[in-house]
Write a protein that binds this ligand. Structure first.
Ligand code: C5P
Length: 217
């Protein structure tokens, strides 16, 4: 039998992109396969945690013993996260769209006029949770960066009031790939992991989460 180090704990995971509709057939989104977030949810459940996985639109099977809530937009994701609280830890892996538009009720037709989309900012789910009375005692964000990865991730950890930021360099072929190279940024500094299968990144991160929750009960 496996070591159920996270038994009795509730952990929230967000994963995948969000889709922000423009009209009935079009949307705004960030690139995200959801693989890393789903792998993390699976690894946490293997350690015995009760896992709530709030998933944007992806085509992935639900990992064993994980409670999955499917959402489409960032605002739906924010509501689902709210409803799933309280949690002992949260791992926000989702690539949330930064903006939404007021969607047209009918398909927008092509024309010769240039069309402008009025972008409104989405809520920052991680930053909001970090400052809420329901803040989990371990709050982990992700940062997909294409340059100056550690500098941006370090700044993001402070700005969003997260405990850890897992930074990945997405200038290569990470999107949809089975492997990932990450740097874990904490108050203690930066730990850079070798390129690993996403399942191994997930297993190692789940172990670190269990270590951290054991240290600060
Ligand atoms: O600012 P940026 O989008 O790079 O931050 C990434 C981190 O913040 C990820 O953990 C992501 O899940 C989270 N995030 C969020 N809500 C947003 C934007 C990002 O929770 N609207």
């Amino acid at each position: 039998a496996q070591n159920k180090r996270l038994a009795g704990l509730h952990i929230l995971v967000t994963a995948g992109p969000t889709h922000e509709p423009i009209d009935p057939v079009r949307y705004i989104a960030n690139r995200s396969s959801g693989k890393q977030g789903f792998a993390i949810a699976a690894a946490l459940a293997r350690l015995g945690a009760r896992v709530t996985l709030v998933a944007g639109p992806v085509t992935l099977p639900t990992p064993p013993a994980v409670d999955r809530i499917d959402v489409e937009t960032a605002r739906e994701m924010a509501d689902a996260v709210d409803r799933a609280l309280p949690a002992d830890a949260a791992v926000m892996v989702a690539a949330v769209a930064d903006w939404h538009v007021e969607p047209a009720s009918q398909k927008i037709k092509k024309g010769d006029a240039t069309r402008t989309l009025a972008l409104a900012e989405n809520p920052d789910i991680l930053a909001t949770l970090a400052r809420s009375p329901y803040r989990p005692r371990l709050l982990i964000g992700f940062a997909a960066e294409t340059e100056r990865v550690l500098e941006h991730a370090t700044a993001k950890r402070i700005r969003k009031a997260a405990d850890w930021i897992v930074a990945n360099d997405v200038s290569g072929d990470v999107m949809g790939s089975a492997t990932n190279t990450v740097h874990v940024v904490t108050a203690a500094g930066v730990e850079s992991w070798e390129r690993l299968p996403k399942d191994d990144v997930a297993a190692r991160l789940a172990d670190r989460i269990a270590d951290a929750l054991e240290r600060t009960p």
